[in-house]
Unconditional design. Structure first.
Length: 233
């Protein structure tokens, strides 16, 4: 079953962005926009993790956090707090809010996703796959190692993240723009051709001799990880 994430956030643009990206990562996502709706939703559909905004209409994030921590049924749910830069950061640090982690807005999506994964791993080690496998390729997310047919491949950090990202959604085609957002982060302004350069480097390390290339170039669209690349052998 997919891990379930509840987003409590009143900014619609952020809601949509988080929902889209968490769903692409394979999570079931639920959203509420008001603080006072959060508690009810949690008891109706207990999530595996909550992404909780600090400033909310109704009840504040900090109060929700306190209430969830006070109840046996909900005190174990990991909470990732979202805070605005400046005003709340220091307070979050100083107060024992009961949140497990927090990110400061504007945050990079890869950072947020990494923290979500880390919190889920901590609370339920079996829920998030530590090793991604496709054909003879194995990617260990924790040890940051990649093997093909038992031989270790030495990838740069960007190539590693790129492969990890593509392998989490095999078969799905991502545009260069999406890959920049997901792998490099939204706040970086780099040329889309950079993606081609790194895909080229990744391919070079991934396949040697007659080994098949698992990465598919989709003309006019982007790239995708071909989940059946080894079956065509
Ligand atoms: Ca807010």
């Amino acid at each position: 079953m997919k891990p379930r994430i509840l987003i409590v956030e009143d900014e619609e643009a952020l809601n949509l962005l988080l929902r889209y990206n968490l769903e692409s990562e394979g999570f079931a996502v639920d959203v509420v926009e008001r603080g006072d709706e959060a508690e009810t939703r949690v008891s109706e559909h207990p999530p595996d993790l909550i992404v909780l905004d600090w400033m909310l209409p109704g009840v504040s994030g900090i109060e929700i956090c306190r209430r969830l921590r006070a109840k046996d049924e909900t005190k174990g749910i990991p909470i990732l707090m979202l805070t605005a830069r400046g005003e709340e950061t220091e307070r979050v640090r100083g107060l024992s809010t009961g949140a497990d982690d927090y990110v400061v807005k504007p945050f990079s999506l890869p950072e947020l996703l990494a923290r979500v994964q880390a919190l889920l791993r901590r609370s339920n080690p079996d829920q998030v796959a530590k090793v991604l496998k496709a054909g003879e390729i194995e990617l260990d997310r924790e040890k940051k190692r990649v093997h093909r047919s038992g031989r270790e491949l030495h990838l740069g950090p960007t190539e590693f993240r790129l492969l990890e990202f593509l392998m989490t959604s095999p078969g799905r085609v991502f545009s260069r723009e999406q890959l920049l957002d997901q792998v490099w982060g939204r706040e970086t302004y780099i040329d889309e051709r950079t993606v081609d350069v790194h895909v080229g480097r990744l391919r070079k390390v991934l396949s040697r001799g007659r080994e098949l290339d698992p990465i598919r170039t989709v003309r006019g669209s982007g790239y995708s990880f071909n989940e059946r690349f080894s079956e065509t052998n």
